[in-house]
Design a protein around this ligand. Structure first.
Ligand code: ADP
Ligand code: MG
Length: 729
C-alpha cells in the first residue's frame, strides 16, 4: 500500500508559511548591499584607481595591470569587511547554469601563519582546470586549460561568504567556451551598427545600448511531494501523471491571491534580489496552478542576463528555505501551461532615446520607424536562426502548446504599427512629405505616441511581439540562459543595420536627400520582410500552411532546428559581427546536439525505471486482488451469477493486462532504440535518432501509464498525482 504517498501529501498540505526575516530598513537602504557597485568602488578605491576603472567600464577599454592590482586590493577589503572568506570567478559554461570554483583569500605569510591576499592577477585572470565543461571538441583534454577573465562591465557581488567575480570563459586558443563572451561581442556589434544609423537622426550619439527585461516564470512544488517524484528530481518535469480534473479551466489562478506560503517565499526572494542589486519589481500568479512569475526592471542586456542567472541560483536556494522546490523547466506538467522567459528587448542611445519608442516629432518618428523596420527585416532574414537560439530539448515540450508561442517565428505588430507600415509602403516620398513636417499629419506619425501608449493589442500566440516601446521575444524558455537569444537577436539586428547604413549612404552619395534615401530603403525592407509579419492566431493549422508558403522556417525537430547555426548566411553573419567563428559555431552545435541526446536519454531511463519498477508491480498487484476476488466469487456462486457479478472486475483485469503489455513492449523498444542510437558516431545524427525513435516510445508509455493511474486503486498508486502536486495550500 502506498503509505509514502499519503504521508508526503499530508506533510505538504499541512505545512505553514515559513517566517521571513524582514530587514528593518527600506529597500533603498539595503539595495545593492552585496554588490561592489560604483558607490563601494568610490569608497574603497584610491581616487585615481576609481577614475581609471570607471573610464575603462564606460568606454569599454581594457584595465591596465597596475589599476587591476589596486582594484583587487579595494575589492578584497570590501569583501572582507562584508565577512567573505573566499573568492571565485563566476562564469557561464554551455550548461545553462553558472559555474564557480572557490579559492580562499589565505596565503602563507612566510612566518608559519597566513595572511589574506588577493592581487590584480587573480582578479583579472584565472585558469580553471575545467576540462569537463562542454566544449564541443574545441579543447582537447591534453590542452585542458580554460581562462576566465573579469568582465568589468558587470560588478562583483557576494553570495554567502564568497566574493563572486563575473567572468568570461575562453579556451587557450581564444575560442569562447561560454555565453558571456559572445554576448559581449554581439552587444558591441549592435552598439557600433546602431550608433552609425542613429547618427542620421542625432549626430551626437556615441553609443547605443541593448536593454533586456526578462520575465521569469516558474512552478513551485512542496519539497515532500517533490522528493516522492523521481522524475521531477532527476529531469525537472513529470514524465507521467494523469491530468487533474481541475487545473486551469476556471482561470482562477492568473493574478489570483497569492497563497501565504508562496508570498512569504516571494518576499524573502525579493529581499535577497535587492541585496544583490537585482531590481525585482513584479510578482504574480501565472495561468497554471502553482505557476508564478518574477520580473525585474529592465537593465543593460549583459547585466540583466547576469542578474537572471543569479536569480536562477537564488530562487532555488530561497525555495528550499521555504520547503519548496522551484521548477524552471519549460513544461513540468503536461496539459497545462508551460513556463517561458519573455525577453523584453530594446535599443537606446546614450542620449536617452529608446529607439523603438515613437517620438515627439517627425524626425524621431522616422528614426523609430527606421529601427523597427530594420528589426523586422533582421528577424525575417534570420528567423530560422532565432528559433535555433531558443530551441532545446526542454523548450520543445512547451512551444506550440497551451498559450506558448508556436515553433515558427513571426512578428506581431498590432494594428496601429501595421497601418503605419502599410501607409509608408503604399505612398510615394512626396506623399509622405508630412512625415518631415512638424505635425506629420497625413501619416499621423506625430500622434503615434498617444495612440501607442495605449497598447492593449495583445497576442499571446506570437513568439515575437512589438509592445509599444520594445519587442518581446516570448519564445525563450524558462530554464534557458537568455544570452543565447540575445546573441542571435543583437547580432542579426547589427548585421541588418550595417547593410541598411551602407545602402542609405550609397543613395546619399548618388545625390538623393537623406530623407528620401531612408524612406526608399525603409519601403524596400517593409516589402521584403512582409512574410514575417503575422497578427493572427499562431496556433491555427492555416498559419502553419501559410508560414510554409511564406518561406518561414517551419522545422519542428530540435536537432534539425540547430542546423540554422551552420547555414552559410549565419556563418557569414556571425563572422562579420565578430561574434562567432565557424569553428566556434561548429563546436557549439556539437554541444547542443550532445545536450539534446543526454536530456532525452536521462528522461528515457527514468521513465523506463518508473514504468517497470513502480507502475507495473502496482498494476499487477491490484490486478491480483481483482483476480482473487473473481475466483472467490466463482467458488461461492453458480456460474451464470458469478460471471455477471464479476463483469466489472473482468473488464478491468483485461484492461490492465493490455496496458501493462504495451508498456513493457514499449520500454523494451525504447531501450533498443537507445542502443541503436548510441552506436551512431555523429552527434547530429544521434540526436536526430533520439528525437525520431526514442521520444515517440516515451509518449506511448506515458499514455498507458496515465490510463492505469485512473484504474488502479487510489490507495495503491505510488507517485503523488497531479491534483496533489499542483495545489499549494
Ligand atoms: P507584461 O507581463 O505585461 O509583458 P511585465 O511587467 O511582467 O509585463 O514585464 C515587462 C518587462 O519589460 C519588465 O522587465 C520591464 O522592465 C521590461 N521593459 C519595459 N520597457 C522596456 C524596454 N524599453 N526595453 C526592455 N525592457 C523593457
Ligand atoms: Mg510580457
Amino acid at each position: 500500500m502506498s503509505h509514502l504517498r499519503f504521508k508526503v501529501v499530508d506533510e505538504a498540505f499541512n505545512r505553514k508559511a515559513d517566517p521571513v526575516e524582514i530587514p528593518a530598513e527600506r529597500p533603498q537602504e539595503y539595495y545593492g548591499k552585496n554588490v561592489f557597485n560604483r558607490q563601494k568602488m568610490f569608497e574603497y578605491l584610491p581616487a585615481d584607481t576609481f577614475e581609471a576603472l570607471i573610464n575603462a567600464i564606460d568606454n569599454k577599454e581594457a584595465l591596465p595591470r597596475e589599476v587591476a592590482d589596486s582594484v583587487a586590493d579595494g575589492m578584497k577589503q570590501w569583501a572582507i569587511d562584508m565577512g567573505a572568506r573566499h573568492y571565485t570567478h563566476w562564469f557561464q559554461p554551455l550548461t545553462e547554469t553558472t559555474a564557480e570554483k572557490h579559492d580562499g583569500f589565505v596565503e602563507h605569510d612566510g612566518k608559519g601563519g597566513v595572511i589574506e591576499k588577493f592581487n590584480g592577477k587573480l582578479l583579472v585572470q584565472q585558469e580553471p582546470d575545467a576540462s569537463s565543461f562542454p566544449n564541443g571538441g574545441i579543447r582537447n583534454t591534453f590542452e585542458a586549460r580554460g581562462y576566465s577573465a573579469w568582465d568589468i562591465s558587470s560588478p562583483a557581488f557576494i553570495m554567502g561568504n564568497t566574493l563572486c567575480i563575473p567572468t568570461i570563459f575562453i579556451s587557450y586558443t581564444g575560442e569562447s567556451l561560454d555565453y558571456k563572451t559572445p554576448l559581449l561581442r554581439a552587444l558591441n556589434s549592435v552598439d557600433k551598427a546602431a550608433t552609425a544609423v542613429a547618427r542620421y537622426f542625432d549626430p551626437e550619439v556615441r553609443h547605443v545600448r541593448s536593454y533586456l527585461g526578462w520575465e521569469q516564470e516558474y512552478f513551485l512544488v512542496d519539497e515532500a511531494l517533490y522528493n516522492a517524484r523521481p522524475d521531477l528530481m532527476l529531469t525537472g518535469r513529470t514524465l507521467m501523471g494523469h491530468e487533474s480534473a481541475k487545473n486551469q479551466q476556471l482561470e482562477d489562478h492568473y493574478f489570483g491571491a497569492i497563497p501565504s506560503r508562496v508570498e512569504a517565499f516571494m518576499l524573502d526572494l525579493e529581499i535577497e534580489c535587492h541585496r544583490l542589486g537585482i531590481p525585482a519589481k513584479t510578482r504574480h500568479n501565472e495561468v497554471a496552478p502553482n505557476q508564478f512569475e518574477l520580473a525585474p526592471i529592465f537593465e543593460e542586456t549583459n547585466l540583466a542576463n547576469d542578474h537572471n542567472l543569479l536569480l536562477m541560483s537564488l530562487i532555488a536556494e530561497v525555495a528550499r528555505r521555504h520547503h519548496f522546490r522551484v521548477l524552471l523547466h519549460e513544461k513540468p506538467f503536461a496539459g497545462i501551461n508551460g513556463s517561458g522567459k519573455h525577453n523584453n528587448w530594446s535599443l537606446g542611445t546614450d542620449r536617452g532615446v529608446l529607439l523603438f519608442a515613437p517620438g515627439k516629432d517627425s524626425r524621431q518618428n522616422l528614426q523609430f520607424i527606421t529601427f523597427v523596420v530594420n528589426v523586422m527585416a533582421a528577424v525575417h532574414r534570420h528567423n530560422g536562426l532565432l528559433k535555433a537560439s531558443i530551441a532545446s530539448a526542454t523548450n520543445a515540450h512547451r512551444l506550440g502548446a497551451n498559450e506558448a508561442p508556436p515553433a515558427i517565428i513571426s512578428i506581431f505588430t498590432g494594428s496601429q504599427l501595421a497601418d503605419i507600415l502599410e501607409r509608408i509602403e503604399s505612398s510615394s516620398n512626396s506623399e509622405l512629405s508630412d512625415l518631415a513636417s512638424r505635425e506629420g499629419l497625413r501619416l499621423n506619425v506625430s500622434q503615434i505616441p498617444e495612440i501607442m501608449l495605449d497598447n492593449t493589442d495583445r497576442n499571446r500566440t506570437s513568439p515575437f511581439a512589438f509592445t509599444g516601446n520594445r519587442f518581446e521575444f516570448r519564445a525563450v524558455g524558462s530554464s534557458a540562459n537568455c544570452a543565447s537569444a540575445m546573441i542571435a537577436l543583437n547580432s542579426a539586428v547589427a548585421d541588418q543595420l550595417i547593410d541598411f547604413r551602407k545602402k542609405v549612404d550609397a543613395r546619399v552619395e548618388a545625390g538623393e536627400t537623406l530623407r528620401n534615401a531612408l524612406l526608399e530603403e525603409i519601403r524596400i525592407l517593409i516589402r521584403q520582410s512582409r512574410p514575417i509579419h503575422f497578427d493572427g492566431n499562431g496556433y491555427s493549422d492555416e498559419w502553419k500552411a501559410e508560414a510554409e508558403k511564406r518561406g518561414l522556417d517551419c522545422e519542428t525537430s530540435v536537432p534539425k532546428i540547430f542546423d540554422a547555426y551552420l547555414r552559410p548566411e549565419s556563418i557569414r553573419m556571425f563572422a562579420e559581427a565578430g561574434v562567432f567563428s565557424k569553428v566556434e559555431l561548429e563546436a557549439r552545435n556539437e554541444v547542443k546536439w550532445e545536450m539534446y541526446t543526454k536530456k532525452v536519454q536521462i528522461e528515457a531511463r527514468v521513465l523506463g525505471d518508473l514504468a517497470i519498477n513502480h507502475v507495473l508491480p502496482v498494476a499487477i498487484r491490484y490486478q491480483s486482488i481483482l483476480l482473487d476476488n473473481v475466483s472467490k466469487i466463482k467458488a461461492l456462486f453458480p456460474d451464470g451469477q458469478a460471471a455477471e457479478m464479476s463483469e466489472t472486475e473482468m473488464d478491468t483485469i483485461v484492461s490492465i493486462s493490455g496496458h501493462c503489455k504495451v508498456i513493457k513492449q514499449e520500454v523494451d523498444a525504447m531501450v533498443e532504440a537507445r542502443r541503436q542510437a548510441n552506436r551512431i558516431e555523429s552527434e547530429r545524427e544521434k540526436a536526430i535518432a533520439y528525437h525520431d525513435t526514442v521520444v515517440p516510445c516515451m509518449d506511448v508509455i506515458r499514455y498507458h501509464i496515465d490510463k492505469l493511474e485512473l484504474m488502479v486503486d487510489n490507495e495503491m498508486w505510488p507517485l503523488p498525482k497531479y491534483r496533489e502536486l499542483l495545489f499549494i495550500r
